[in-house]
Design a protein around this ligand. Structure first.
Ligand SMILES: Cc1cc2nc3c(=O)[nH]c(=O)nc-3n(C[C@H](O)[C@H](O)[C@H](O)COP(=O)(O)OP(=O)(O)OC[C@H]3O[C@@H](n4cnc5c(N)ncnc54)[C@H](O)[C@@H]3O)c2cc1C
Length: 380
């Protein structure tokens, strides 16, 4: 692996970093306090042409690769976990599967507006009764003439209340197990029977809407089936390889942001007549933050790079996601500690990173599930 990022990637990182510092960072605490999805930020991300970084240019994307997408996600996460989570769900979960599995017509109709940033998208797998064991779902889709009729409840769906499309997983053949699940493109704004029943208040990430949705006799034309009937589970596994890399990248961003806040504070804050960074306990904490962040970043870039070579990255994406999410939580916790009492206040950012980081160990497969996946890949 080449440890020097290509020039194009470095330029993109610089451009996005500047945008994040100027436009997102000043709003990050405010949107969290207000529990407000910042639509204006997503509009600007569209203008910056990053709403479809790893999507082909012919479908309105930037034509970048997974590594470039990881760099952009990291930069957003460095200033706002909420914007980062909605962004990652939009790209990895809501857009990428249409590019990978959709027909040309579906790409023209449903992928282009996502990639161009006309609206955000969502992806609905989880249900109230099935999370880690996601294939054990109750949502069903039945064929009726040239339509599909969807019924069920989906839980914790990022962006659903703001989305122009949601990819919904449903059982089409209850006897076929994993091969009885299919994916449907649902239009929350125009399909009757689609309702957001709850937008959850959470311990963090409150500017990223997390929704319960109800599908009550949602009738959609048959051309909204994504890929072949029965391929929904295989698609999910592939989608999560890319998705986990983006959650790893978001985690690296959170860790980086928390580390920078702690370092900056430690060289300025004086106790006992000198900067607290001069005390071994604090210096070593910051050094440790640096080690964990850099380690997570390398694992993430490696997984992204292998993904870009067309390799299966089941193990690598799980390793990166597990390690980076743990690093983000630990680094953010230490950042709160470095700031002492101020770290516990909302006037300083580390508390937000700490609350946001915890989700990274839960979403797109918990850490326990990542360990299960890695164990399976190792033949254990
Ligand atoms: C903010 C947020 C955003 C989300 N966004 C989306 C989204 O956009 N789309 C979507 O479909 N889902 C989304 N989710 C759902 C998320 O992926 C699930 O919450 C997650 O997969 C865990 O499922 P669960 O909550 O049902 O927990 P459970 O599966 O009930 O797990 C509870 C605990 O049991 C452990 N456990 C379960 N099975 C095992 C096992 N076999 N071995 C060891 N431990 C086990 C888990 O690790 C966990 O600690 C989101 C969740 C949140 C909180």
């Amino acid at each position: 692996m080449d440890f020097e990022l290509p020039a194009e990637h470095r330029m993109m990182r610089e451009e996005v970093r500047r945008f994040c510092e100027e436009e997102i960072e000043p709003l990050a605490q405010e949107i969290e306090d207000e529990h407000r999805f910042p639509a204006e930020i997503f509009e600007q991300l569209g203008e910056l042409d990053v709403m479809g970084v790893p999507v082909a240019e012919e479908y309105g994307g930037l034509g970048g690769d997974q590594l470039m997408y990881a760099l952009v996600t990291e930069e957003i996460g460095r200033v706002s976990g909420s914007v980062g989570l909605s962004y990652a769900a939009h790209v990895s979960l809501a857009s990428k599967p249409i590019e990978l599995f959709g027909t040309d017509e579906q790409k023209a109709e449903w992928l282009r507006p996502l990639a161009e940033g006309e609206y955000v998208g969502g992806w609905a797998l989880t249900e109230p009764g099935s999370g880690s064991d996601a294939s054990d779902m109750d949502t069903i889709a039945e064929q009726d003439g040239d339509e599909w009729v969807l019924n069920g409840t989906k839980q914790f769906i990022t962006n659903a209340s703001e989305a122009g499309s949601v990819l919904v997983k449903a059982v089409t053949d209850p006897e076929a197990g994993y091969d009885g699940i299919s994916t449907f493109i649902v239009d929350p704004r125009n399909d009757d029977g689609f309702e957001v029943t709850t937008v959850w208040d959470k311990m963090g990430l409150n500017a990223s809407p997390t929704c319960e949705i109800q599908l009550d006799d949602v009738r959609i034309p048959e051309d909204r089936l994504l890929g072949e009937e029965g391929e929904g589970w295989k698609q999910t596994m592939k989608t999560l390889q890319g998705g986990r890399i983006s959650i790893a990248a978001l985690s690296v961003g959170l860790a980086q942001g928390a580390y920078e806040h702690a370092k900056e504070y430690a060289v300025e804050r004086e106790q006992f007549g000198k900067p607290i960074s001069k005390f071994d306990a604090i210096r070593n904490k910051i050094v440790e933050m640096r080690r964990k962040t850099e380690r997570a970043r390398l694992l993430t870039h490696k997984a992204a790079w292998q993904y870009d070579q067309g390799e299966e990255v089941v193990e690598e994406s799980a390793l990166a996601k597990w390690d980076a999410s743990e690093a983000a939580r630990e680094v953010a916790e230490d950042a709160v500690q470095v700031l002492g009492g101020y770290g516990y206040t909302e006037d300083f950012a580390p508390q937000r990173y700490y609350r946001d980081a915890k989700l990274m160990e839960i979403g797109e497969g918990t850490s326990e599930i990542q360990q299960m996946v890695i164990g399976r890949e190792l033949g254990l």
